[in-house]
Design a protein around this ligand. Structure first.
Ligand code: AMP
Length: 283
């Protein structure tokens, strides 16, 4: 496995691979790998001949007061995990490699970035879209893989690729969870032992709403009430930043579940903000 920090070297290598007839898969990440990242790498490796994993804690997607400085990092460990999962090239640029001092150009999908996480993280998805487009322009992959844990992110990126005619196939991987249901996240290391112990209730609250839907309740107000009541009992003192039922692609808020829908939430456990979601389907 090669490790490169230079965008132009990375671009040249990917171009050589493509010229030799290889399909290239890209898995964009911010590192500190867990089994969720590994599942994306496996998906990418299966879909292509060459796997490129990017590792970049992108300053442009962090707002003022967010955790850019303390975001967990461990390049050595990450390189070993990437290599184990068949990564051919780990692209690990610095912010200087990625952004000129006078960087001017930004990409946005404002409609889809307005709600859910976008409401409390203004500019976040602008930073995500811009860096993902840059990564796609550097590597020109045939396939790019994202996780459904960040559902809004992959929906926005699909829309960006459609709107801008970017010739890449977007794959999304299911949410990888701990045995107790907590969605894997690099940010889980911030949790105190007490917070970690109650964190699986985030997912159980989502399941409570999904169970109610399975019993015939389609009204979104009541489904949300069920999740909120569960969290109030089991996550005392934790702030539910949002719990929303939306259309899985347009991310529009739905009043009633009539087909496919997504229940997504962001919850603060102490100073740690965790997100999760569950697909709600009426067959
Ligand atoms: P991150 O390094 O947190 O920016 O995540 C990189 C990619 O991994 C994104 O596409 C995430 O959606 C995905 N990802 C993160 N956590 C999980 C998880 N628990 N299950 C599946 N995918 C995940």
């Amino acid at each position: 496995m090669l490790i490169l920090s230079s965008p132009s070297e990375t671009g040249k290598l990917c171009a050589r691979w493509r010229a030799n007839g290889s399909r290239v898969a890209l898995v964009p990440t911010m590192g500190f790998f867990h089994a969720g990242h590994e599942s994306l790498m496996k998906l990418g490796k299966n879909a292509a001949d060459k796997l490129v994993v990017s590792l970049f804690v992108n300053p442009a997607q962090f707002g003022p007061g967010e955790d850019l400085e303390k975001y967990p990092r461990n390049l050595e460990r990450d390189a070993a995990i990437a290599e184990k999962n068949g990564c051919d090239l780990l692209f690990a640029p610095t912010p200087r490699d990625m952004y000129a001092d006078d960087h001017h150009t930004w990409v946005e999908v404002p409609e889809l970035a307005r709600g859910l996480c976008g409401a409390s993280r203004p500019g976040h998805f602008r930073g995500v879209c811009t860096v993902v487009l840059k990564l796609l322009m550097i590597t020109h992959p045939d396939v790019a893989v994202f996780g459904r844990k960040d559902w809004q992110q992959q929906a926005i990126i699909r829309m960006m690729c459609r709107d801008l005619n970017i010739p890449v196939e977007i794959l999304s991987a299911p949410i990888a969870r701990e045995e107790d249901g907590l969605a894997l996240s690099s940010r889980n290391v911030y949790l105190s032992p007490g917070e970690r112990a109650i964190a699986p209730h985030i997912h159980r609250g989502l399941e409570t709403a999904a169970d109610l839907l399975a019993r015939g309740e389609k009204d979104v107000g009541r489904l949300k009430e069920a999740a909120l009541a569960y969290w109030e009992s089991n996550l005392p003192g934790c702030e539910v930043e949002y719990a929303s039922v939306v259309h899985p692609e347009t991310l529009e808020t739905l009043p009633v579940v009539t087909g496919s829908a997504l229940l997504a939430c962001a919850i603060r456990l102490g100073s740690t903000r965790l997100i999760d979601n569950i697909e709600l389907n009426i067959s």
